[in-house]
Design a protein around this ligand. Structure first.
Ligand code: HEC
Length: 168
């Protein structure tokens, strides 16, 4: 390319000229590549008022709202990806996490779970929150809204206890 720009015969000057546009192109390609992956993911998402967060158990109590806020991004079909969630290779890593999170526990499928499974999940929810295992530490760093104070953990456990009572 620089061969044609005789004024830039110097290799270093040539590199400085060519490098910035190449980097920009590379970033654009990564975003373009990451886009379809995440769009496919959000396609399963927009269920409007049928979404879990409109259900009374997640809307009508502080515990339920705290769960939706701190856990819903990975444990429901309602996933809001941050801008970097559209850029490979990060988008692959995030997508895998969300897939595994939904498999373990999906609030959007809560009503389709057996009573036995709901019972087990309710027990786990209070446990993983109290021990600080969930939300995962790496997630908490980037999502301040997911950090739980002692009070929030109590609300979640109270919510789980209340739901458990309803299951019986
Ligand atoms: C960054 C995504 C993410 C967030 C946010 C998140 N989780 Fe998870 N969760 C996962 C993944 C991935 C797994 C499966 C792997 C594992 O068990 O560590 C999981 C597993 C679980 C499990 C099953 C544990 C078991 O015994 O197998 C429970 C219960 C759970 N999460 C509850 C929660 C609760 C409650 C919150 C919110 C306070 C939350 N999670 C927030 C990703 C997430």
């Amino acid at each position: 390319m620089c061969r044609y720009l005789s004024a830039l015969a110097n290799g270093r000057a040539c590199l400085m000229r060519v490098l910035p546009p190449v980097i920009v192109l590379l970033i654009l390609a990564l975003i373009a590549f990451g886009g379809p992956v995440s769009r496919k993911q959000t396609a399963q998402v927009s269920l409007g008022s049928h979404e879990y967060s409109y259900a009374e158990r997640f809307r009508a109590s502080e515990g339920g709202k705290t769960l939706a806020r701190a856990c819903g991004n990975c444990h429901s079909n309602q996933t809001n990806l941050p801008w970097y969630g559209h850029v490979v290779p990060l988008s692959w890593w995030i997508k895998k996490h969300v897939r595994e999170g939904r498999q373990a526990l999906n609030f959007s499928e809560w009503t389709t779970y057996s009573a036995r499974r709901r019972f087990d999940e309710l027990e786990s929810i209070c446990g993983v929150v109290s021990s600080g295992r969930m939300p995962p530490p790496s997630y908490r760093v980037l999502h301040p809204e997911s950090r739980l104070e002692t009070q929030d953990k109590k609300l979640i456990c109270a919510w789980a206890a209340n739901e458990t009572e309803h299951e019986q």
